[in-house]
Design a protein around this ligand. Sequence first.
Ligand code: NAD
Length: 332
Amino acid sequence: MTINTKFTETFGVEHPVVQGGMQWVGRAELVAAVANAGALGFITALTQPTPADLANEIAKCRDLTDKPFGVNLTILPTINPPPYDEYRQVIVDAGIKIVETAGSNPAPHLPMFHDNGIKVLHKCTSVRHAVKAQSLGVDGISIDGFECAGHPGEDDIPGLVLIPAAATKIEIPMIASGGFADGRGLVAALALGADGINMGSRFMCTVESAIHQNVKEAIVAGSELDTEMIFRPLRNTARVASNAVSREVVEILNRGGQFEDVKDLVAGSRGVKVYEVGDLDAGIWSVGTAMGLINDIPTCADLVARIVADAEEIITGRLSGMLESEQEENVA
Ligand code: NAD
């Protein structure tokens, strides 16, 4: 049995499961493993130091899978602004057919992507931004609730309200992000009106994710309480793992500090060391509240198969078992 939705049909993937962009994590090995598992993975463009490196990473991913995969382009405040146009050009030249945009209005990028037959899945954190992106002509929405890792926006609306509120207004395929890690989440997202789920932290914690084993074990050991929200006073909120660095950043900014006062603590160039050398206090690293639902380090194939099988079992077993026809009720 498979679960077919508007999302699987429009984006040409087997399962309604997505591994969205993750800075320092969305690399070829993981994305190819996700694709081979029948889900949709995204290489994170800005994880590659230069546009030429992105071209190489895309080529490497193609060597590892024949299935479709995409590239994520995130546009948020950065310490050194990257050459977005050059990354965009590499995506087009490489023949990528699906792009995940995130962080800001996708309008400047849409004409070039659409002119080149690229479908755009726009990740955003509010109903108003989802509606705006739909009106601009994006091909799908990834609506990201307060539970998520990385940048949840400033509205603090969890998925239980955000997903159905968005579903009421969104007609194009929409997947739900933030807090998803298992088959129960997939069924819940479908019930709330989404056409699939996006998972970050859950895919971080897989065999093929090219990050240090210590980070994966910390995710397994961690609970839903073990994250911090940094940059709140700067209106660039990011949910990251709770550690010595993130707690210090929260304290400095709460005392009225400015970005310059925390810049060295939060720099991505420092945070990447966590993933590379496995020192969990080396810098900032992203993880969502779904950490409380992650208890193992499976292969991507096992993970996706398990999520889909569990979702099917919940729908056809547990949920349908709760239904009673009127006739049965009368007999009883
Ligand atoms: P970086 O080293 O440039 O910046 C580190 C962090 O500081 C980032 O979260 C960034 O948004 C924030 N920041 C930078 N300048 C800022 C300013 N003037 N005011 C407030 N906040 C500021 O970034 P990086 O770690 O190399 O990451 C590259 C890109 O990927 C950034 O746009 C970053 O936001 C994004 N990212 C996204 C996620 C996610 O989960 N969506 C996670 C990590 C990074």
